[in-house]
Design a protein around this ligand. Sequence first.
Ligand SMILES: *Cc1c(COP(=O)(O)O)cnc(C)c1O
Length: 411
Amino acid sequence: MIPFSPPRIDDVTTEAVVAALKSGWITTGPRTKQFEKEISAYCGHKTTVAVNSWTTGMQVLLAWWGIKEGDEVIIPAYTYCASANVIIHAGATPVMVDLNEGDFNLNAEKVRAAITPRTKAIMAVDISGFPADYDLLRILINETEIKNQFNPSNELQEKLGRILLLADAAHSFGALMNGGQATLQSDIATYSFHAVKNLTTAEGGALCFNLPDSFDHDVIYKQMCTMILHGQNKDALAKTIKGNWKYDVEEPGFKCNMTDLQAAIGLVELNRYQESLDRRQEIFRLYEKGFSNVDWALLPTFKTENKTSSYHLYLLRIKGISEDQRDSIIQEIYDCDVSVNVHFQPLPLLTAYKKRGFKMDNYPEAYKKYANEISLPVYFDLTNEQVQTVINAVIKSVAKIMNKEFVTPYS
Ligand SMILES: *Cc1c(COP(=O)(O)O)cnc(C)c1O
């Protein structure tokens, strides 16, 4: 069976983790601090804070920014549930917006229509690793009319004076835009280092800050380190200084610091990231070539004049099929011992959001993308031969199912 997305774990990884264990320092310590510095250096962020997942990091971030009941945060309807859940947990309202026709990203004109005086942030998602339309979104949030209706409710929001532009960069570590890392295009970007992501620490994430220079990013770093550790003004490392045992709790904080065991994995991953990115790019090219001769294949965009994907997910679409036919094709592909997936089920299809009044009918582009989408395996250890097996399995399965009749609309 060709797996969908196994982590790359070899002797280098295991030796790094063993070294961390043997060092005796297993919670947040020197390796985590080094990992944060290396991410900032790799990406060019003003500051980076490592956390134990995208989700917990984003919860802290929304709390810090003062997102609360009555506020609205705009997200795409087509994303992982985490993007919506963190907003709901903050007591605020996720406002879902439909996608572009040409790619899987949030449509800036539809974002404009969704902005109200309650809008505090836009969370763009770099689906599959292809950067969202940050150029358009930045122009939008800086338009006089939109700035004028912005309603700040604390000092931070007042200082920014406009809607905050967040990047859900869970898929896009290493993606490029306008000549630099794509995450530099947002105010704050959040990575996920979950086991299936491009760069993993088993579980983990990072908050990356690129706010305007009027914000002191050293101060932000300190505030974040406090907030991710119960509001304690000293972490375990600081308390190792002789006699430095006493601390204060300034505000009730969260608990989501990264451990040095996680950071040990992350440092190995980061050190060989370019190699892994290059390999994923090759795999994308092989898929592109492999499907170039079939007339039913809709191939994903992964490179344009100013954007380059991080090659996280290969989102293949199949022209003219229903959701049911897609599901049958997936079953056939699995029967060829190839694992595939679907990214994503649009949130309005899921019970939690249906219950909150979201209706799939309002997001036709998201539904269209989902109904005929199949994500193919992409990872460093996938061989050319395996890529060919995947291509053959897809072509064979599509041929088999396309001869049948299926009609099932969504409910
Ligand atoms: C994986 C993922 C997340 C959540 O990341 P965790 O580190 O598991 O919390 C958020 N958004 C998207 C788009 C993701 O794919």
